[in-house]
Ligand binder design. Sequence first.
Ligand SMILES: Nc1ncnc2c1ncn2[C@@H]1O[C@H](COP(=O)(O)OP(=O)(O)O)[C@@H](O)[C@H]1O
Ligand SMILES: [Mg+2]
Length: 579
Amino acid sequence: MGKILQLPELLVNQIAAGEVVERPAAALKELVENSLDAGASSIAVELEEGGVRRLRVVDDGNGIDRDDLALALARFATSKIATLQDLEQAATLGFRGEALASIGAVSRLAIVSRRAGERHAWRLACEGGDLSAIEPAALAAGTTVEVEELFFNTPARRKFLKSEATEFARCEEAFSRLALSRPDAAFALTHNGRRNAHYPPEGLRERAARVVGADFAGGAIEVRAEGPRVSVTGLIAAPGFTRASRDAQYLFVNGRFIRDRVVAHAIREAYADVLHHDRHPAYVLFLAIDPALVDVNVHPTKSEVRFRDSGSMHGFVFHALSRALSAPLAGGAPPPASRSVEPRPAPMPWQAPLGMPQAASRYEALFATAVAAERAAPDFPMPGEPPLLGFALAQVHGIFVLAQNTSGMVIVDMHAAHERIVYEKLKDALDHASLPSQPLLVPIPMAASAEDVETATASREALASLGFDVAAVGPRELLVRAVPALLSDLDSVGLLRSVVGEMREFGASRVLVERRNELLSTMACHAAVRANRHLTIPEMNALLREMEATERAGSCNHGRPTWVQFSLADLDRLFMRGR
Ligand SMILES: Nc1ncnc2c1ncn2[C@@H]1O[C@H](COP(=O)(O)OP(=O)(O)O)[C@@H](O)[C@H]1O
Ligand SMILES: [Mg+2]
């Protein structure tokens, strides 16, 4: 070991730059965050060569005093906090006072800024850490920071930069997150002189349509929940609009884009019931939390946070989203028209996600229970509020129900819808007590393996809570005396076989607790799979009314949509009317 030396300030800043600004996208983020902290309502970002050659951020914020310009470039100099208490309460995006110093140490940087009431602007330049004199300059208002030749004096770092296209793509992603975080501000982005994005101040749904996509924003469900010191607002994808990758997931904690495993897990859990397991939900969520309950000072780029109480955070987010998702018809595919704001040809309805084609022969005794009641369902419009799904017109191939509502035409996948209705009923019944049981007039004998007989005997109570009454009548024979009332018209023996099989494999209590929803979903599937059954118009209307009244009826248990809306405009477009 040699002598210990105090490192010169430039080198310290260059080392810090490795953490704070490892690439142009990170510098972009720091500069735009400064603009937002300065109260800017309009921010323009201009890039050249992926931001490496040039990165310029122009804002209309409140500017920097002439006498503070040099300090802005000094390390650990900030106007945003002064004490430890401020740090714990910091509501600004920045507070560490190291971004400008770091960027200045590894680039050619210039700041031009003008405070309100000043006669002109002032300019300060910094080249690899060396400050220029402060000179008068021309600028209408706000601040412009220009960064040229990033890493020109740290060749090792520069070598780590990727191609221009890759660096630009990262800049674009950083820009998107910032633009999404503040829909009320105007944002513009240009690359090599070409305009890439131009967003006016607008609402979240409009901004999300531009940044995430019109398909997401059109059908997204609004979330709004408030707790004592925390709130969550934003948009989450209708279950039918999930993605194969995690790309469209935006979480902002106190205005800052954050990756957080606790919140991500809570969101996934909330979708568990409406989402196919290999799909990912899309969302833009804003969590506002008392700064004292969250530590943002975990990481130099502040991309992670630590919640004081992550358990209650998890619960809060989970419940807020579950509630939003359980709205009865959330997730029904919106009309094709709202999926695109671009003037390209509208998607044809057969491209709409109608759910997987089901063999018609698999539909037999559909609605054994759900519709049997035929509850005084009207097959003519009633006075008062028109029902959302309208009134049934016909059945198509024993698979779909065609209905007309106020905005146009609705197609319902009977099987998918019925499966969800039965599933929600089963869950609800089991939540409140046990599933109601229907005694069989003639008990059914059932041949079973010795193991299954043993399992069924040992799990009698668990089976009873599901509505089954089963007794062993021989070493290899069970007698089924009662079956779940909600499912009584079905192949109860087949169903019992699979339930007992599950209990044998996982144990009765685990099946009822941990695997409960999977089990009920299987039961619902048994109940809904068969039916090429002809439905009468009142039966179809009863199904529509049940859907309107059932939580999560917009998607089947596997996350596919149960219904699709075609507006009159969609239909007109199909026939090229009015062109
Ligand atoms: N665009 C801007 N408009 C107004 N003031 C700015 C701007 N950019 C930087 N500043 C000032 O420079 C200071 C240092 O900025 P920075 O190094 O990013 O640290 P921090 O944002 O953590 O305070 C800020 O505290 C702020 O006072
Ligand atoms: Mg900053």
